[in-house]
Design a binder for this molecule. Structure first.
Ligand SMILES: C[S@@+](CC[C@H](N)C(=O)[O-])C[C@H]1O[C@@H](n2cnc3c(N)ncnc32)[C@H](O)[C@@H]1O
Length: 262
């Protein structure tokens, strides 16, 4: 997919994936308390709606990481508008290349973005950065049925073949050395209100420009198709929040857990 065309479509959309302030707040409420002066990373923060909720609720500094500078600029403007500039710092960089010290992070937050490295790969990659008992919260596209409709299955097979069920992700988290404290599914309103509805309007507005920009036309078509699939089959898949804590069990290669600390 052409990234320039994708960014034209997504510029200034409130969110870059399904989510809502309520869901972010709900996830925070379900977590155990953090230690004093926690170190918190928000990976793939995009325009940062969830970063602002984290800053507001925890009243502590949040480091928001993304590789697309305009999203970070958007977040800085929003933080300033809400009087949260002191608490939000942005870092331009790749989530695969974090330079944090081992055992230094109390909370890694990643809404709608862990698919970029893969659920299991991300959990394995970032576990060493977490302190003992450190938390990782991720929302991830998940099958909500064991028997998805054929068209939805074909779509996801092409887009993200690693998509699995809640049970599959909980098993993966356990194998990767985490305890799943809780999980919950985002309601359909979290897909529509701040994501698919504004995107759909933007697609309609960009159609004329796409007449002379084939990369953009392709992105618009793909996005319309993605939204149509959700419209039809949205009860068979959803975004699920997984609230995880680094466990004392080491990650395993083969699904059999071993005890001891990493
Ligand atoms: C689906 S969006 C989710 C954004 C935000 N968390 C939200 O829910 O609105 C994924 C974000 O990850 C960023 N991204 C993609 N690949 C990345 C990478 N390798 N490292 C850091 N950020 C990345 C994109 O720029 C985008 O902002």
């Amino acid at each position: 997919m052409n990234l320039d065309a994708l960014f034209i479509l997504h510029r200034d959309i409130p969110r870059e994936g399904p989510g809502s302030d309520e869901a972010t707040s709900d996830a925070i409420r379900r977590l155990p308390p953090l230690p004093p002066r926690p170190r918190i990373l928000d990976l793939g923060c995009g325009p940062g709606k969830q970063t602002l909720v984290l800053a507001r609720q925890y009243q502590t500094p949040i480091i928001a990481v993304d590789f697309h500078a305009p999203y970070l600029a958007h977040l800085r403007r929003s933080a300033e508008g809400e009087g949260l500039s002191e608490l939000v710092s942005t870092r331009l960089g790749r989530m695969e290349e974090l330079k944090e010290q081992p055992d230094s992070v109390d909370l890694i937050w990643i809404e709608g973005a862990i698919y970029i490295v893969g659920f299991e790969a991300g959990l394995r990659l970032w576990r060493p950065l977490l302190r003992d008992g450190g938390l990782l919260v991720a929302s991830e596209a998940t099958w909500l049925t064991d028997d998805p409709p054929e068209e939805a299955e074909a779509f996801w097979h092409a887009e993200y073949p690693a998509i699995t069920t809640v049970e599959g992700n909980i098993r993966a988290a356990t194998d990767c050395g985490y305890e799943v404290l809780d999980h919950f599914t985002l309601p359909p309103s979290a897909w529509w209100n701040e994501y698919y509805t504004p995107l759909r309007k933007r697609v309609a507005r960009l159609r004329e420009e796409a007449d002379t920009n084939s990369a953009l036309a392709e992105v618009l078509d793909d996005t319309e198709r993605e939204i149509a699939i959700y419209d039809r089959y949205g009860d068979s898949y959803g975004y699920v929040f997984y609230l995880m804590r680094k466990s004392t069990q080491n990650p395993t290669e083969n699904g059999t857990s071993s005890s001891g600390r990493s």
